[in-house]
Design a protein around this ligand. Structure first.
Ligand code: ZN
Length: 333
């Protein structure tokens, strides 16, 4: 009697554990299946399904947000150029469509199709980042004034007609080439210039002079209109900024020469210029329109035009080797 009871008890314990194990397996399978189901709802799954490899997916994940990835999945699809753009150091996800618009898809335009390896992706990324894929002065936007000393004014970012900085100060005669000039700049810029002026004098006996500082919208308009009237708009555009687009209106830009040379074409060959490009960033200034960068800045090389952005930012821009337009687009915009 006792033995049989014991055996029955043993059997029911075994049965209990068996049911428990089966239940656990069942739950586990359901969980795995559910996770698989959830995965099919992700952008990773959608992108992989389009034909992107695991390695390409990793690359996309390193530069794109989930929203951007859905944009790829839903609107772009598999695109042989996309990966090449994403690999670029200065790739910006917000510009994906603009980058791709500069390439030609075989299916859409067989005769103009170029192989993916025939493009210079870094160059295209830069072009779009600085908005240069638009004609000058088209699709331009009001500049973001909250950037303080970092505000940008170029052929795609403009200042309001009424913008006049409220801390302009008059530059002392000893810093001017012609003391009859009436030049104003923002007070912090002036302090930084004086510091730089002293350093140039003490280190190399260079005497810096200011040829131009703040210009009003009205003044720029008169210059531009005068050129346009005499020789046409395209000539005017080649030589002067349109009103609102001149960096001189910020009160942060200075045209700097030296006592020994105030000639635009010759200044670049002077020791003073050499000193400025190597040292001006220490005082918060950057060379705004460097040599061979006109396609990015929109301006021919101007060895005399310096822009105050503050010491920290000037050092970063200097170290990056980028033009301010590129730096702004990638790090500040
Ligand atoms: Zn200038």
């Amino acid at each position: 009697m006792k033995k049989r009871k014991k055996r029955r008890l043993k059997t029911s314990v075994k049965l209990f554990f068996l049911i428990l194990i089966v239940a656990f397996i069942g739950i586990h399978i359901t969980k795995v299946k559910y996770e698989e189901y959830l995965y099919t709802k992700t952008s990773d799954y959608a992108i992989t399904n389009l034909g992107y490899t695991a390695e390409e997916l990793n690359l996309l994940n390193s530069k794109l947000s989930d929203n951007d990835k859905w944009h790829v999945a839903n609107d772009i699809g598999y695109n042989e150029f996309l990966i090449n753009f994403v690999k670029c150091k200065y790739f910006l996800a917000r510009n994906i469509d603009a980058y791709l618009s500069l390439t030609v898809d075989k299916d859409e335009d067989f005769w103009h199709y170029k192989k993916p390896e025939d493009y210079n992706y870094d160059e295209l990324v830069t072009k779009v980042n600085v908005m240069r894929h638009n004609e000058y002065y088209t699709n331009s936007v009001p500049t973001n004034m909250s950037k303080g000393y970092g505000i940008i004014a170029n052929k795609y970012h403009y200042l309001g007609e009424d913008y006049i900085p409220d801390d302009l100060v008059k530059v002392e005669g000893k810093y001017l080439f012609s003391s009859s000039n009436n030049i104003q700049i923002r007070s912090e810029v002036y302090a930084a210039f004086e510091e730089m002026w002293k350093a140039a004098k003490e280190e190399e006996n260079h005497y810096l002079v200011i040829e131009s500082g703040f210009r009003t919208y009205k003044y720029q308009k008169d210059i531009y209109d005068d050129y346009a009237k005499k020789r046409g708009a395209s000539y005017a555009d080649s030589i002067a900024a349109r009103p609102g687009y001149s960096e001189h209106q910020t009160g942060l830009a200075l045209d700097i020469y030296s006592w020994s040379c105030s000639t635009a074409n010759e200044f670049k060959n002077t020791k003073v210029y050499e000193w400025l490009i190597n040292n001006s960033y220490k005082y918060g200034f950057i060379l705004r329109y460097p040599e061979n960068k006109q396609n990015i800045t929109g301006y021919n090389f101007e060895s005399w035009h310096y822009r105050y952005v503050g010491k920290d930012l000037a050092t970063k821009v200097h170290d990056s080797g980028l033009t301010y337009d590129e730096y702004y687009a990638f790090y500040l915009e």
